[in-house]
Design a protein around this ligand. Structure first.
Ligand SMILES: [Zn+2]
Length: 700
C-alpha cells in the first residue's frame, strides 16, 4: 500500500487524479472526494468557540447540576442538528469531599491551604460550585505519620528506596505527579504499607520550570492543584460497585467494602505551594539527582522529621450519570455501528478537558446533520456519544458499553474517541488494523493553519532517518473512554487528539477555563475545526465503505514488534515463547494472504452482492474480537484484550502482550509460561479470524 500511496501522491501532483480510498471501487474516487470535501467545508471555528464557551461557563463535575445542564445543552444542540438524540441515565458511586486537611505537625505547625485562589485575569476562576481539590475514591481516613518523599511513587522508586534502606510502612508518602497514572501511585504506596498519600504537582513537570505560569503563561501557578481519580482503573473502570454489569436504578451493587477499585488509604492532591514546607522539613538522605524537582530546596527523602496529619472524608452517595447519545440509522447496514465519543463532565469548568474535544464532536455531528439535509445517507449507523463521569473513572462510557455489550459485540465496527484537543500536533492511539485507514484520512485533511495535509505534517515531524510508515497508531493504554470498547469488548478503536503538552499546567484545576483556552488552548479554534474535519472524514468514509477499510499486514507487523520487545525483557529467556513465535509467523503470512484477497475483492466491488459484502465486513470487523479471552488477564478478568491493556502498574501507558509481559516484569515465571501458551492460542485465533475474512472476501 505504501508503494501505491506514493504513486498516487506523484500522480496527484501532476494531474490531480482523485485519490484511492481503501474499501471503495477505484471508480468511486472522484465522487467520494467531492462528498467529503463538502463535509470538510462545514466545520466552523466560531461555532466551536461558542460550544466551548457555553459548556465551560460553570463548574460541571459529574453528579452536579452543572453536569446535567451541560448534558441538556448538548442534547438540545444535537436535536437542533436534526439528529435523533436522547439522554441515557445510569447511576454510580460519585464521592465528593466533605473534609480535607493536611497539617504539618512537626517540626513546626502549618496548615496547607488546599485552595486555588480566583484570579482577576480569569473570569470563571471565582465561580460558585467548584469542586474542592481532592482525589476521588480515596478512602476516608485520619492519619498522622512521618513523611517519606518517594519521587513519582512508581515501583522502581520503591526499589531505590529499599536500596537506601528507607521503609514507608506506617508513613505518609509524598509523591510528585508524572510518570504514571495517579491511581497507581496510591495503589503502590498502599501495597508498600504506607498509611496515606500526598500527590503534588512539582513545578519541574508543569509549573514555572516548564514555562511562565498562569495567567502570564499557560503553566501551573503555585496554588494550582491537579484533581483526579485514584480508582484502581487498570483492574476495571466504571462504577466501582458494578464490575462487568450496567449500574442503573435498581440494579445489583457491591457494597463499598467489597469494591476492589476503591483505594484503601487516604490520598490527597496538593499544590507546590503546599508541598514546599513539607519538603523543606524533610531530612535523611538527599534524593538522587533524577528525583529532584524544581522547588528551591534540597530534596531529602526522610522519613521525617516532617510529620503530617492527613484527614479526608467524603459524601459517598450514589448519583445519576447522564450520557447523551445521538443516532443516524444506516440505510444499508443498520446493524453495523460506527461510534464516536467524548466525555462532557469536567473536574471544574474544563474548557480544555473535556469541552475542547466535546465541541469538535458536536461540530462533527452538525456536519453530519447538514450532509443529511443535502441528501447524504450513511450506509452504516452512526452513533455520537457524550459521556458523563469520565473523570471519576470512565464511568458513563463503561456503564453504557456494559449495558449494550451483547449488541456491541454483534454490531460495533469502530469506536472513535477524543478528549482534550488543543493546539499542537496530532497523536493517535488504538488499533493497528485502522492505521492504514487513518493514514488515508490524514492524506485528505488539511493541517490546521497550513497549506499541507496532516499526513505531510506528520512526515515532516517524523524526520528523514526513520524509514517506517509516516504515521503510526500507538497501542492505547488508558485514561479516556475507549477502554470499555477496546480492552473489554474488542471493538477496534482510535483515540485522537491535537496537543503540545502546554495544557498540563491547568489540567484538572480551576484554571482550565475559557479565558485560559482563548489565550493558550486553541486561540483561533483551528485545531477544533481540524478535529471536526478529521472526524467527519473518518465517519463518512467508514460509514459508506463497501468493504470495511481494515488492514492486517500492519497489525501483524505491530504484533511482531510487541513480541520482539517482550523477548528483550530481562528474564524473558526463561519463558518458552517458541510456540507463540511460530503462531505469529503463520499469522503474518495469513495477513498477507488476506490482504491479497482484499485487493482482489476491491477490484470486483462493482458486481458484488450485498449479502457477500455483509458477510465479509462482519468477519473483518470481528478481528479485534479475536484478541479477547473470556477469562481476561491474570488477576483482572474485566480486561479481556490480550494484545494490549493499561499497565497494572503504569495505568496511562499501554502494556502490549500484557499476560506474559507483566508476569515477566514481576518475575512470576510459572504465570509467564502459562500465558506464553495463551498467547500462542490468541495468535492462532487471530489467524483463524483472518482466514475466515479471507474466505468471505473470496466469495465477493
Ligand atoms: Zn478528559
Amino acid at each position: 500500500m505504501k508503494v501505491l500511496l506514493s504513486i498516487w501522491l506523484t500522480a496527484a501532483a501532476l494531474v490531480a487524479a482523485p485519490p484511492s480510498f481503501r474499501g471503495y471501487p477505484a471508480s468511486a474516487g472522484a465522487e467520494r472526494q467531492k462528498l467529503e470535501e463538502a463535509a470538510r467545508a462545514i466545520p466552523d471555528p466560531p461555532r466551536i468557540r461558542e460550544y466551548i464557551r457555553r459548556m465551560s461557563a460553570a463548574p460541571h463535575h459529574a453528579g452536579s447540576p452543572g453536569s446535567k445542564a451541560v448534558a441538556e445543552y448538548a442534547l438540545g444542540l444535537l436535536r437542533g442538528f436534526g439528529l435523533d438524540a436522547r439522554i441515557e441515565e445510569f447511576e454510580a458511586l460519585l464521592p465528593t469531599p466533605l473534609h480535607r486537611s493536611v497539617e504539618l505537625i512537626e517540626p513546626k505547625s502549618l496548615r496547607a491551604a488546599m485552595r486555588e485562589p480566583a484570579l482577576a485575569e480569569d473570569r470563571s476562576s471565582g465561580d460558585p460550585g467548584q469542586l474542592d481539590t481532592f482525589n476521588s475514591y480515596s478512602a476516608d481516613g485520619d492519619v498522622t505519620a512521618p513523611v517519606v518523599y518517594v519521587n513519582y511513587g512508581i515501583p522502581a522508586d520503591y526499589e531505590e528506596l529499599a536500596r537506601m534502606r528507607v521503609d514507608v510502612k506506617g508513613r505518609i508518602v509524598l509523591a510528585r505527579y508524572g510518570a504514571s497514572w495517579r491511581g497507581t501511585k496510591a495503589k503502590v504506596a498502599a501495597e508498600q504499607g504506607a498509611v496515606g498519600v500526598l500527590i503534588y504537582s512539582d513545578p519541574r513537570e508543569d509549573g514555572y520550570f516548564a514555562g511562565d505560569v498562569y495567567p502570564k503563561g499557560p503553566f501551573r501557578p503555585k496554588d494550582g492543584v491537579q484533581r483526579g481519580s485514584v480508582m484502581d482503573m487498570p483492574l476495571y473502570p466504571g462504577d466501582p460497585l458494578s464490575p462487568g454489569w450496567a449500574s442503573e436504578k435498581g440494579s445489583k451493587r457491591l457494597s463499598r467494602e467489597e469494591a476492589p477499585t476503591i483505594m484503601n488509604i487516604p490520598v490527597a492532591p496538593i499544590s507546590y505551594a503546599d508541598a514546599l514546607p513539607i519538603l523543606e522539613a524533610l531530612e535523611g538522605p538527599v534524593a538522587p539527582e533524577r528525583w529532584r524537582g524544581a522547588l528551591p530546596v534540597t530534596y531529602h527523602i526522610g522519613p521525617g522529621p516532617a510529620k503530617v496529619r492527613l484527614r479526608v472524608e467524603h459524601d459517598w452517595s450514589i448519583k445519576p450519570v447522564y450520557n447523551v447519545v445521538a443516532r443516524i440509522p444506516g440505510a444499508q447496514w443498520p446493524d453495523q455501528w460506527i461510534l464516536y465519543g467524548n466525555h462532557h463532565d469536567a473536574w471544574v469548568n474544563g474548557a480544555a478537558d473535556p469541552c475542547s474535544g466535546a465541541a469538535a464532536l458536536l461540530e462533527t455531528a452538525r456536519t453530519a446533520g447538514q450532509m443529511l439535509r443535502r441528501g447524504w445517507k450513511p450506509k452504516r449507523t452512526l452513533i455520537f456519544a457524550l459521556w458523563d463521569a469520565e473523570e471519576y473513572g470512565l464511568i458513563g462510557s463503561t456503564e453504557w458499553a456494559e449495558k449494550y455489550a451483547p449488541e456491541l459485540d454483534r454490531k460495533a465496527v469502530v469506536y472513535f474517541n477524543t478528549d482534550m484537543n488543543t493546539k499542537g500536533s496530532l497523536g493517535a492511539g488504538g488499533s493497528a488494523v485502522l492505521e492504514e485507514f487513518l493514514t488515508e484520512v490524514l492524506r485528505d485533511v488539511r493541517a490546521p493553519g497550513k497549506a499541507k495535509s496532516l499526513l505531510q505534517a506528520a512526515e515532516e515531524q517524523r524526520g528523514k532517518q526513520d524509514a517506517g510508515p509516516a504515521f503510526r497508531v500507538a497501542p492505547a493504554g488508558s485514561g479516556s473512554d475507549y477502554t470499555a470498547f477496546l480492552h473489554h469488548l474488542g471493538v477496534s478503536s482510535l483515540n485522537l487528539a491535537f496537543g503540545d503538552g502546554d495544557t498540563a499546567g491547568i489540567y484538572h484545576s480551576i484554571y482550565d477555563s475559557f479565558d485560559w483556552f482563548e489565550r493558550f488552548g486553541d486561540p483561533d479554534y483551528l485545531h477544533g475545526r481540524a478535529m471536526a474535519q478529521l472526524m467527519a472524514t473518518s465517519l463518512l468514509r467508514m460509514a459508506d465503505a463497501p468493504l470495511l477499510p481494515f488492514e492486517f499486514p500492519r497489525l501483524a507487523r505491530a504484533i511482531q514488534e510487541y513480541l520482539t520487545d517482550l523477548e528483550k525483557l530481562p528474564g524473558a529467556d526463561k519463558v518458552d515463547l517458541a510456540a507463540a513465535r511460530r503462531e505469529l509467523d503463520l499469522l503474518a503470512r495469513e495477513a498477507k494472504a488476506c490482504e491479497q484477497r482484499y485487493q482482489q475483492a476491491a477490484a470486483r466491488l462493482a458486481s458484488a452482492s450485498q449479502d457477500a459484502l455483509t458477510k465479509a465486513n462482519e468477519s473483518l470487523m470481528r478481528t479485534e474480537r479475536s484478541f479477547l479471552r473470556a477469562q481476561g488477564l491474570p488477576g483482572r478478568e474485566w480486561m479481556k484484550n490480550h494484545l494490549y491493556a493499561p499497565g497494572a502498574y503504569t495505568g496511562y501507558s499501554a502494556k502490549t502482550l500484557p499476560g506474559v509481559r507483566e508476569a515477566v516484569e514481576a518475575g512470576r515465571w510459572d504465570e509467564a509460561s502459562r500465558h506464553a501458551a495463551v498467547l500462542a492460542e490468541v495468535f492462532r485465533a487471530i489467524r483463524r479470524q483472518m482466514q475466515e475474512a479471507g474466505q468471505a472476501l473470496a466469495r465477493i
